[in-house]
Design a protein around this ligand. Structure first.
Ligand code: SF4
Ligand code: SF4
Length: 430
């Protein structure tokens, strides 16, 4: 039985732009820039020095606590270790590797026990690849023996992005094998692969091979943004609501992105660290929208050029999708583990008006999937009234952009809530 989540919107999806071919194009960059911070948690410390030779898959940075290592994504020589532009952090210490194009590999031992599998997921540098970038081993460990439902998230509900869709159309077995590995670890009674109904080819491909995986259920959900958000997906699949401030494990669920499952399969069965990923390059401002499979550390500039270059009237380049992505001002930024898309737009889809005004129409309330009251959050953020913002649960805002998208007064709602959440966190610390 399918359940609905509250709110949500139906933007124009534009996914057909980048799905004309099923093949991935590959890029071998001259340089790979590997940031030491690509996950939620503590940054890595470089383990190499300038002049060292490295192979693909070699650990080049690691750290303590909530941290997973980073690896060389090309073979070659370390040219520099210095601050470089980063797509979400502004700047970050990075190891710069000059590609020797020999593609020399460094693989890991194949794990046997559950403990070894968890270590391998960490050692391979696996993080949530749908955008969250939370360390995969920590998420798996926290769910062991505590969940009855393991969910593979292939909703990919943001417009334009088709990276997970193309993974399912080309290498669905990697995802299903990854699910089988986490089934061993977590021992859930239900395994669900959730996909939205606007991915017909992927669904057809999955139907053709699911006979070999009888314990995996395929849930085809009606397309609606933001169905791919963890809490909304759990509600749509199980009817369970994750309370404010709680994690999916509190309702017996664990959710991983399909690309993360595929990365787990490659690490655990093939001994390969996370050194490459699929990236959608799309939007009206790019000549040849398509999906690429690229070494982590490839620059946005290289990818944009490989997709035919930017239109003269390009207004915005975004890392991620139009709803939740981060605008970029410098195309030297590298692809990181969580980069699923580079979106090139002729106009800003959610652009605020010059004189935004609230019409008190209430539309933002009706679409907010977290049942918040955006019009009041906006007013109280601008007035810096953190007590009211706490009372109205601003920290539950998932920054999905549904309110901004719907607002006829063109108020910069989501952008304002990012600031409001920061204000509240600072006030709560005090
Ligand atoms: S949708 Fe915009 S104009 Fe309407 S109540 Fe919300 S903030 Fe105000
Ligand atoms: S951005 Fe925040 S307030 Fe706006 S609809 Fe999404 S969750 Fe609700």
């Amino acid at each position: 039985m399918k359940h609905l989540f509250f709110g949500g919107i139906h933007p124009k999806y534009n996914k057909e732009m980048s799905t004309k071919t099923t093949e991935f194009h590959t890029i071998a960059p001259k340089q790979a820039v590997i940031p030491m911070q690509q996950h939620i948690g503590a940054p890595c410390t470089p383990l190499v020095k300038v002049g060292d030779r490295v192979r693909i898959g070699q650990r080049i940075g690691d750290g303590e606590g909530l941290c997973v290592p980073v690896h060389a994504s090309v073979s070659g020589k370390v040219l520099a270790i210095e601050e470089r532009p980063h797509p979400t952090l502004g700047k970050c210490l990075a190891v710069v590797i000059e590609n020797d194009f020999r593609n020399e590999l460094c693989t890991m031992a194949i794990p046997k026990s559950k403990d070894e599998i968890l270590h391998t997921i960490r050692d391979a540098g696996i993080v949530g690849m749908g955008g969250a970038a939370f360390p995969g081993n920590v998420k798996a460990l926290s769910a062991m023996g505590k969940v009855d439902t393991l969910i593979a998230n292939a909703c990919e509900c943001e417009p334009y992005i088709t990276a997970d869709d193309s993974l399912l159309r080309t290498e669905p077995e990697h995802v299903l094998e990854g699910m089988a590995i986490l089934k061993e670890l977590l021992q859930p009674s239900r395994l669900v692969l959730a996909v939205e109904d606007n991915k017909a080819q992927a669904i057809e491909k999955l139907h053709s091979i699911l006979g070999s995986y009888p314990d995996i259920e395929l849930a085809v959900l009606p397309t609606r943004y933001p169905q791919g958000a963890e809490k909304q997906l759990i509600q749509a699949l199980t009817g369970r609501e994750v309370c404010p401030g709680q994690l999916p494990v509190s309702v017996g669920c664990a959710v991983f992105n399909v690309s993360t499952f595929a990365a787990i399969y490659r690490a655990v069965r093939l001994g390969k660290a996370l050194t490459q990923r699929i990236v959608t390059v799309s939007g009206e401002a790019i000549s040849e929208p398509q999906n690429f499979i690229v070494p982590i550390g490839t620059s946005f500039h290289d990818l944009v050029e490989a997709a035919g270059g930017l239109h003269d009237r390009t207004e915005r380049v975004i890392s991620g999708g139009p709803m939740m992505g981060v605008a970029q001002s410098d195309l030297r930024v590298p692809v990181v583990k969580a980069t699923n898309s580079i979106l090139c737009l002729l106009k800003d889809l959610n652009g605020a008006a010059e004189n935004p005004v609230c019409l008190r129409c209430g539309k933002c309330v009706g679409v907010c999937p977290m049942k918040l009251q955006p019009l009041y959050l906006y007013r109280f953020t601008n007035a810096k009234r953190t007590d009211e913002l706490n009372r109205l649960h601003i920290l539950d805002c998932i920054e999905c952009g549904c309110c901004s998208f719907t607002c006829p007064g063109k108020l910069p709602l989501t952008e304002t809530f990012r600031k409001g959440k920061k204000l509240v966190r600072e006030a709560n610390k005090k």
